[in-house]
Design a protein around this ligand. Structure first.
Ligand SMILES: [Zn+2]
Length: 308
């Protein structure tokens, strides 16, 4: 077999799609829902086309960083109005998300043409500290503001998917404040970005990241980045800043459908719906707190039962 990273002929070893160090942080998430092959299994998500030298040595520095940043900021849950300052290494974050996307694409037998010699060299070489100019990273906090507790949709703390859908307009068109009727926009208006070659969205518990890989020569790059900065509830991370402030990027719909990226004003409308429902129901948060408490106990039991 030819190693997917270094290209040398060698015996194939299994590489984790998402670093095993991150999986270790969430032992209660012991099932893999593989949408590509339409199976659910207990083994970790892997791809078997990497040589032992790359797997255990050359690219493992990326895994160490990945585990560290998730452990530091995203093990805990946040509130709807939380503001969190994170300190990060932008180059290593790029490498981490690129590596996961590359692994996932190979597992799906999908197009890996973005990962040319330069990009693979960037991943393999720990000493390259300069980030790639044509790769953008967006980040935000995933907070469940919906009336549906987490476990209702499965214990989906770690998720990733290719080509998130960027809305061009809010998912909800309007609310009738006298009746409370909500009108969903149909059909959805979807934004497209010229020169976008590859995109991925990742959720690591309460941290959500979007990776955007651009055609280097696209004349629209600057314009696209401006639209993205203004239109979406994500923070664009930067080379020259070592810290950034993250806020909630999800609303009550996109929290459970993480591949959908609503616009800023869409989040605003969804938040109004959440508030209206809470006020109209007249109940306090007691039921939800009870449910979450018992779910946390169940999670602790699962973590122990499936300890890694
Ligand atoms: Zn190799």
């Amino acid at each position: 077999m030819r190693c997917a990273y270094c290209g040398r002929e060698s015996k194939a070893t299994r590489e984790h799609i998402i670093s095993s160090g991150i999986l270790d942080l969430f032992p209660e998430c012991f099932l893999t829902f593989d949408g590509n092959h339409k199976v659910i299994h207990q083994a970790d998500p892997m791809v078997k086309d990497v040589c032992a030298a790359c797997n255990n040595d050359r690219i493992s520095y990326i895994d160490s960083y990945a585990k560290q940043i998730v452990q530091q900021y995203f093990l805990r849950k946040y509130e709807a109005d939380s503001v969190v300052e994170i300190e990060y290494n932008y180059t290593l974050l790029q490498k981490m998300l690129l590596k996961y996307a590359f692994n996932d694409l190979r597992a799906r037998q999908d197009d890996i043409s973005f990962f040319n010699k330069d990009v693979l060299g960037f991943l393999l070489n720990e000493d390259i500290a300069k980030p790639m100019d044509n790769v953008t990273v967006l980040a935000g906090l995933a907070v469940n503001t919906s009336p549906a507790p987490d476990f209702m949709f499965g214990n989906l703390k770690l998720q990733w998917c290719k080509s998130p859908v960027f809305m061009a307009n809010s998912m909800v068109e309007n609310i009738d404040y006298t009746t409370g009727q909500i009108r969903i926009r149909e059909p959805f208006e979807v934004e497209t970005f010229e020169g976008l070659l590859l995109s991925y969205i990742f959720r690591f518990n309460s941290g959500q990241f979007i990776l955007l890989c651009w055609d280097k020569d696209s004349p629209k790059l600057e314009q696209n980045l401006t639209v993205i900065k203004l239109q979406y509830p994500y923070t664009m991370l930067h080379l020259n800043e070592k810290t950034s402030t993250l806020e909630r990027c999800t609303n009550e719909a996109t929290y459970h459908r993480f591949q959908l990226v609503d616009v800023n004003w869409g989040n605003g409308i969804m938040d109004e719906i959440s508030t209206m429902r809470r006020l109209a129901s007249g109940s306090d948060n007691e039921t939800m707190e009870k449910l979450n408490d018992s779910w946390q106990k169940e999670e602790a039991r699962l973590a122990e039962e499936h300890c890694r």
